[in-house]
Design a protein around this ligand. Structure first.
Ligand code: NAD
Length: 498
């Protein structure tokens, strides 16, 4: 359990002038500060290539808060905790300067030698920075030291193993916080609570009562400015290896014996171990890839992926993945987990649909099928749960109609739930690694995904194969039709349509 106290630490952000730092990290730290969760005993050193002064850096921090939080309340006091150090990640002198500043701030703010190193930089620098932090003495401290690493953690199993071996020279596994920001989302964290705190879900949470589970994470946006990275990654590495598989693990894991980091992680690892490997000729049966063509989104014409800036004209990169995952264990034998994720789709939505099996006999609606019971978990942009049940239509006939019981996080609280990064930063400050990915999870999920990308990389695709503004290629529908299922329309399931 996390003590409800304030955190004392020096936070060093590598890549402090970057997009992630500006849009997510500074606003999240500001929220924590405003809620009294940082108190007086914190300081932040931002490092990047630019030759900024502390003052210039603080002006940028304030600009980020005004832009992304929309207030300037206590902004000067907040910004006064920020310091800047121009930095070249490959040069020892930079780290020696950084160490000097860290020691000064340690004394000034009584930080007890606690240090968080947040790597908000291109992944090729992760290993180099970790090496220098040790060789140049920054990890020699009397307090705790923690390394926070952004995604992607490697490009495949081999590169992830070599990165892991490198950072483990400087940090122990329990000091490494690998970010998967989906794990900070309120409703992803809620999966466990919905399952394990309700008498009527857990007894039904198995292959006797659940027919299939569908996870959709769709975006309306195209590749935007990220083509350089995305061309080498694609949807499988960018979304499936981490976020989608993490949601599968939380849905499928056994109840942990205790809510500790180790117990929860160990149950998730067992799910990854039970995931049926899909390889060779099987890949075509279980997985579908797609790439968007030009089309219309919100009445605007948009270009196809191959015409996007920094994308090669014959690009084989997938912008859509649908897959059928089977978990070969006692609880889930025979229950397909369908996943789909993609860019330039009809709507922006992340939802989980748990479809229950039909009841043994239909006493009502003689010539029609009863609607199946559904539990829908709305992850984003809406947050909440909806339960689809059948009830009697008003009137004298005994006919049923589907009824939706709805809980919406926003409606309940009247305010937005805290950003994922805010929760994850808070957890890291308090040494709680539950919502970060352990190396074993990373390794097993790369092992699963590598077998699919191996096949795709060696086979020419028939891209583009879906129109921007659609829900992906037709083959993604066939994937479910062959099992006598179909995708639930995520727009129909929106809370406002309930
Ligand atoms: P960015 O390109 O906007 O920022 C990179 C930062 O690194 C800049 O501050 C730059 O000055 C610094 N930098 C680059 N080379 C340097 C060098 N040689 N020495 C010192 N500093 C150097 O990148 P970003 O979008 O902020 O992403 C950072 C990390 O976060 C990446 O791993 C990315 O995959 C991950 N990430 C970003 C987002 C996002 O929303 N931007 C979301 C999820 C994950």
């Amino acid at each position: 359990m996390i003590p409800n106290d304030t955190s004392t630490s020096l936070i060093m952000i590598f890549g402090a002038t970057g997009d992630l730092a500006k849009r997510k990290l500074y606003p999240s730290l500001y929220h924590l500060y405003k809620k009294g969760k940082l108190a007086e005993k914190f300081a932040v050193i931002g490092t990047a290539r630019r030759a900024w002064t502390h003052e210039q850096f603080r002006e940028n921090i304030k600009e980020s808060i005004i832009t992304f939080v929309g207030t300037n309340d206590q902004i000067d006091d907040f910004a006064s905790h920020f310091y800047y150090q121009p930095h070249d990640v490959t040069d020892s002198n930079s780290y020696i300067q950084l160490k000097k500043l860290a020691e000064e701030l340690d004394t000034k703010y009584s930080l007890q030698g606690n240090r968080i190193f947040y790597l908000a930089m291109a992944p090729e620098f992760f290993g180099t920075i970790a090496d220098h932090l040790k060789s140049d003495g920054l990890t020699e401290t009397i307090g705790f030291k923690r390394l926070v690493i952004e995604k992607p953690f490697g490009h495949d199993l081999e590169s992830a193993e070599s990165l892991n071996a490198q950072i483990r020279q400087s940090f122990a596994e329990e000091e490494i916080y690998r970010i998967d920001h989906y794990l900070g989302k309120a409703m992803v964290q809620n999966i466990e609570v919905i399952r394990f705190a309700n008498a009527f879900f857990e007894p039904l949470w198995n292959n006797r009562y659940i027919s299939n589970i569908q996870i959709t994470s769709s975006e309306k946006l195209g590749v935007e400015e990220r083509a350089r990275y995305y061309e080498k990654s694609g949807a499988l590495r960018d979304m499936v290896q981490n976020h989608m598989l993490q949601m599968v693990a939380l849905l499928a894991m056994e109840p942990p014996i205790r809510l500790t980091t180790e117990e929860i992680r160990s149950e998730k690892v067992k799910v990854f171990r039970a995931l049926r490997p899909i390889e060779g000729d099987e890949v075509e049966k279980y997985f579908v890839r797609g790439q968007y063509d030009k089309g219309t989104i919100d009445n605007n014409e948009v270009v196809g992926y191959r015409d996007e800036h920094n994308v090669v004209p014959q690009s084989n990169t997938e912008t859509f993945v649908a897959g059928k995952l089977m978990i070969d264990n006692f609880r889930w034998a025979g229950v397909p987990f369908y996943i789909r994720t993609g860019k330039r789709l009809t709507t922006k939505s992340t939802k989980i649909v748990i479809q229950f099996k039909n009841i043994p006999m239909n006493l009502y609606n003689k010539n029609e099928q009863l609607s199946p019971n559904l539990l829908v978990i709305h992850i984003q942009p809406e947050e909440g749960i909806t339960l689809h049940v059948n009830a009697k239509k008003s009137g004298r006939n005994i006919q049923t109609k589907p009824v939706k019981l709805n809980f919406s996080n926003e409606a309940d609280n009247g305010i937005n739930t805290p950003e994922a990064y805010e929760k994850l930063l808070y957890d890291c400050l308090h040494g709680d690694a539950t919502n970060f990915t352990h190396w074993d999870e990373v390794a097993l999920s790369w092992r699963f995904v590598d077998k699919i990308s191996e096949v795709w990389e060696n086979k020419q695709s028939s891209f583009p194969n879906y129109k921007a503004g659609s829900m992906g290629p037709f083959e993604a529908d066939k994937l479910l039709q062959q099992d006598n299922f179909s995708w639930w329309d995520v727009t129909d399931l929106d809370v406002e349509n309930c």
